[in-house]
Design a protein around this ligand. Structure first.
Ligand SMILES: Nc1ncnc2c1ncn2[C@@H]1O[C@H](COP(=O)(O)OP(=O)(O)OP(=O)(O)O)[C@@H](O)[C@H]1O
Length: 307
């Protein structure tokens, strides 16, 4: 079996007294499109910077494309296509000049593919980069990240700064193209509906810790919203993997991460319920802002009655 494209093993990172990442472990198989999700400040960019060898981890290890980025950062950057949050490029150059310049650094630079990408993004080839709009600069960053045909591509919020049409173009065509080529794609994004359309796997990072990582289909199967009569709570045990619990009038509305087990328990006790499939945005919210402290709107104590 081939080595995973990316491995993070018990990664921790502290800036001063601020523990930004703790015990982050993750494995991404070659050819996977993997999304790293998290709120602002969750640690996504820090994780990516460690993977690229731009900063070192405080403890734990990372491997990307078979390399340790802490030991061989330059080789990693030659092998990996990277688009960061902030595009700083040479403002006096034109896109064509930038491509020629980058081609001299990358033995694998594919000029025809660079040309196709410039066309696809409708980038003005001979305008000064400093005069490009924010969206055009992001698109040019993508050209620079992809034209050397890296086997691993890391995109930090790539769709930020793109208009809705360009975002769809990015997701549908570009990610699908990378998938078809067998590239491994790791990207962080806030645009969950767009992530959902293309990601095979997802890790949710919350305050520096991975609270869940799984295949997208697996997440959808495992995590469900369940609605049942509030009074039925007294008859059943609390779900082991309860992510959110709210009361809506006389109904209890749960989000659980072990739906099949829990539904089995409800069936066994002949409790009537409704099950609702969740979108990735709702799953993400349940993990990072879910309330599980018992019965938020009830005057009764929080502890459910065990059976
Ligand atoms: N060089 C640094 N020195 C000190 N603190 C840092 C440094 N880089 C990041 N941090 C802190 O680490 C935390 C995580 O930042 P990071 O940029 O990794 O988050 P993020 O998930 O990428 O957020 P966003 O979605 O806003 O880009 C933040 O609290 C940030 O202030």
């Amino acid at each position: 079996m081939s080595e995973p494209a990316i491995i993070l093993d018990k990664l921790a990172k502290t800036f001063g007294s601020n523990e930004v990442l703790s015990d982050v472990s993750l494995t991404i198989a070659p050819g996977q499109t993997f999304a790293l999700l998290g709120r602002n400040g969750a640690g996504k960019t820090t994780t990516i910077r460690i993977l690229l060898g731009l900063i070192g981890a405080t403890s734990g290890t990372a491997r990307i494309g078979g390399l340790d980025p802490a030991q061989r950062p330059l080789e990693v950057r030659g092998k990996v296509g990277y688009l960061g949050e902030d595009q700083t490029m040479y403002p006096w150059m034109t896109p064509i000049e930038l491509c020629r310049f980058l081609a001299s650094f990358y033995p694998t630079w594919d000029a025809a593919w660079a040309d196709q990408l410039l066309n696809r993004f409708e980038l003005p080839r001979h305008a000064r980069i400093g005069k490009l709009s924010k969206g055009q600069t992001v698109k040019l960053g993508l050209v620079a990240a992809l034209a050397h045909r890296p086997s691993i591509v890391i995109l930090d919020d790539p769709a930020m700064g793109l208009d809705p049409v360009a975002r769809k173009e990015f997701n549908r065509h570009l990610v699908e193209h990378l998938q078809a080529e067998g590239s491994t794609v790791l990207y962080s994004s806030h645009l969950l509906d767009e992530v959902e359309a293309v990601a095979d796997g997802i890790a949710i990072l919350d305050r520096g810790q991975i609270v869940r990582s799984a295949g997208t289909d697996r997440l959808r199967d495992d995590i469900k919203r369940i609605v049942l009569p509030w009074d039925a709570l007294a008859e059943i045990s609390r779900p082991e993997q309860l992510l959110d619990l709210r009361r809506h009038e006389d109904r209890a509305v749960f989000v659980v991460a072990d739906a099949s087990t829990y539904l089995g328990q409800l069936d066994a006790r002949q409790i009537e319920y409704d099950v609702v499939d969740l979108g990735l945005d709702e799953i993400f919210e349940a993990y990072v802002i879910g309330r599980t402290e018992g019965r938020p709107d009830a005057s009764t104590p929080a502890e459910p009655v065990s059976v």
